[in-house]
Design a protein around this ligand. Structure first.
Ligand code: AMP
Ligand code: MG
Length: 271
């Protein structure tokens, strides 16, 4: 869409971002629900075509990082924005608690192993940022180790971008009230009950600590090469519209090209 740069500029994190003062509704970004939903359908179709070109070109990749509190809509974003992108070209990787093998390595080991290959769109459902979020809040690593990670992550992401990976980082920003509503739905609706995880309540008790960790993350790791977008995510339709616009706009700017050939179709006869 034409207006995507304006939307993008509105949600870019600055070095002084204050998470508590950052809107979770974003009412002025998309005003009409059905227009926004139509836009997402158009964007999703365009993303599919662009991904095909990215795959044909095989020179670059796109990495979409989704972070947010429980119920912030990470799964819903994948479903809403990439639902018509050919499954051959998109790989979604969820990051849960590290295994013993993963813990025996440095924290970026498991991440680097699943960064998208040239031609692919990789989506991280949670990411290496958990290592400065839950790990910080729960004190799974020392304060010194965590302090070093911001620069390490910036260097890692610079390395990726210099090697053909464009990185889009989205923090899905919901209010504590909206989380309460969504958690309650998981109890109330039988088809959502499978998502219920009592430990989400433990994280909810630490809401303030998590928000502080998010704020520091945004301030320290929103770089020129891989800036953060803080997406107002209380409304699912608006969240999808913001993200689909930015993903589409970014892919259009990357402008992947079908490869050139040293032969002409008329060189061949199929009998
Ligand atoms: P979910 O995304 O709801 O399936 O939950 C995955 C869980 O794994 C979340 O509670 C994350 O906080 C947790 N997790 C992800 N990465 C890490 C990590 N590096 N260390 C500890 N816990 C993590
Ligand atoms: Mg959790």
């Amino acid at each position: 869409m034409n207006g995507w740069k304006k939307i993008d500029a509105a949600v870019r994190a600055t070095a002084k971002v204050k998470i508590a003062a950052t809107d979770t509704l974003g009412a002025d970004l998309f005003t009409d629900k059905s227009d926004a939903e139509k836009q997402v359908v158009e964007d999703a179709a365009a993303i599919n075509v662009l991904q095909d070109r990215l795959f044909a070109e095989r020179k670059r990749a796109l990495l979409v990082v989704l972070q947010g509190m429980d119920t912030s809509g990470k799964d819903g974003t994948v479903r809403g924005v990439f639902n018509v992108t050919g499954p051959l070209g998109v790989i979604v990787t969820p990051f849960g608690r590290p295994s013993e093998e993963e813990l025996a390595h440095d924290y970026l080991w498991r991440v680097h192993a699943v960064t998208p290959k040239k031609g692919f769109i990789g989506i991280f459902n949670r990411s290496h940022y958990e290592d400065v979020l839950v790990v910080k809040v729960r004190k799974f690593a020392s304060a010194e180790a965590i302090e070093q990670r911001y620069d390490q992550i910036n260097a890692f992401e610079k390395h990726l971008t210099e090697n053909g990976v464009t990185i889009l980082k989205f923090m899905l920003h919901i209010s504590k009230e909206e989380q309460a509503k969504r958690l309650q739905e998981r109890l109330d609706k039988p088809e959502k009950r499978w998502k219920w995880n009592a430990s989400d309540l433990e994280d909810r008790k630490l809401w303030g600590d998590f928000q502080d960790a998010y704020e520091t993350m945004l301030r320290r790791t929103s770089t020129q090469h891989a800036p953060w977008r803080v997406v107002p995510a209380d409304k699912k339709w608006r969240r999808n519209a913001i993200i689909s616009a930015i993903v589409r706009g970014t892919l259009e700017e990357m402008d992947p090209q079908y490869p050139a050939f040293d032969w002409k179709p008329s060189d061949f006869v199929i009998e």
